[in-house]
Design a protein around this ligand. Structure first.
Ligand code: 4VN
Length: 324
């Protein structure tokens, strides 16, 4: 059957690393608290590179690795909650810098579920259109939205980007065997960043954006309850049992949350790769950075089945069952 294949994966993180100890000079926190509560040891922080610049580096790596030329790309989706601007889209900037003249490009805003939503969207567009090849990138510079004196949020986040090059090809099994995407918009106020005000008087002033706020306990509860359910629904759609899944690539929000989810699914922790120690929570970039790390570690073999789950702002959750 004609279906899709991930031809390449890539990631880019800015060179500066900030350790937990480094953060103790900005706020009342400790390496012990951060590592035991979240599993984070350091995060990469951009110095001047904006979201599109991280995404362009991922795009350039994907083209170089796969041997595709920029004009062969039909579609570029950038999943981000920290775009360079409201307009142009970060994806349009990426399209221009890559010289991908034949690609339609747009951003997808679904916070930490963004990459999963974007991969499913790209799949559906490629299957429904004459296009064959897409870049799907998750990219974030969360450091520009974080209040660096708020110890409840600042310790959690990092900057980075990752992505895949997708193309149409003849294969025996579909790339996406099952999917489950959900939005719980009644809980939209639980994670907020970059809010604007409409202004009451006229003429109005252009004002700044709000910094990142999160109802941590509520989001924690949401994730541990909803992610296992989403994985079960996606597995059911794929016609498989959760036991048949080789790896669970979960949004790297918090190592304790991931361990809790593994427990609820009654699956061994060895099936849940973790890299949050090195990158922190990079929202929409976390899934493609993790996928790239797992691919580069040689863990993913053809024929394996992977569940990829994103969850967070919206609130939202999304799971894809992927055949490699
Ligand atoms: C998804 C999740 C989180 C998240 C929520 C809570 C949380 C991460 C609360 C308790 C605190 C340690 C940190 Cl599940 C964030 C996002 C946003 O990307 C998405 N950490 N914690 C403690 O006191 O232990």
């Amino acid at each position: 059957m004609q279906d899709l294949k991930i031809v390449g994966t890539a990631a880019y993180v800015p060179p500066l690393t900030v350790s937990n100890d480094d953060l103790t000079t900005l706020m009342d926190t400790s390496d012990e608290w951060i590592t035991s509560r979240t599993g984070i040891r350091q995060r990469h922080i951009s110095q001047g590179e904006n979201t599109s610049e991280l995404a362009v580096k991922v795009g350039q790596k994907l083209l170089a690795q796969t041997g595709y030329s920029a004009d062969q790309i039909d579609l570029i989706i950038v999943a981000t909650m920290s775009p360079d601007a409201y307009t142009p889209s970060t994806a349009a900037i990426v399209q221009g810098k890559l010289g991908a003249a034949n690609a339609v490009a747009f951003d997808l805003s679904a916070a930490c579920s963004g990459f999963v939503f974007a991969l499913e969207t790209a799949k559906n567009i490629l299957k429904a259109s004459a296009g064959t090849t897409a870049l799907v990138i998750g990219a974030e510079v969360l450091s520009k939205l974080v209040d660096w004196h708020d110890r409840s949020t600042a310790v959690l986040f990092g900057d980075g980007a990752g992505g895949v090059l997708l193309t149409t090809e003849e294969r025996a099994t579909p790339l996406v065997a099952g999917s489950d995407l959900r939005t719980m918009g009644q809980l939209n106020d639980k994670i907020v960043a970059g809010a604007t005000t409409s202004g009451t008087s006229f003429p109005k002033q252009v004002t700044g954006l709000t910094s990142f706020t999160m109802a941590g306990r509520d989001v924690y509860k949401f994730a541990t309850n909803e992610v296992p359910k989403s994985i079960h629904r996606a597995a059911q759609k794929a016609g498989i049992e959760v036991e048949q899944i080789d790896y669970f690539l979960l949004h790297q929000a918090n190592a304790r949350i991931i361990k809790q989810i593994a427990k609820r699914l009654a699956q061994p922790l060895a099936k849940f790769p973790l890299n949050i120690d090195e990158y922190g929570n990079t929202a929409a970039a976390s899934e493609p950075i993790l996928l790239n790390d797992v691919v580069n570690a040689g863990k993913l073999k053809p024929g394996m089945t992977v569940a990829m789950s994103g969850f967070g702002g919206g609130l939202s959750v999304g799971t894809l069952i992927l055949n490699f």
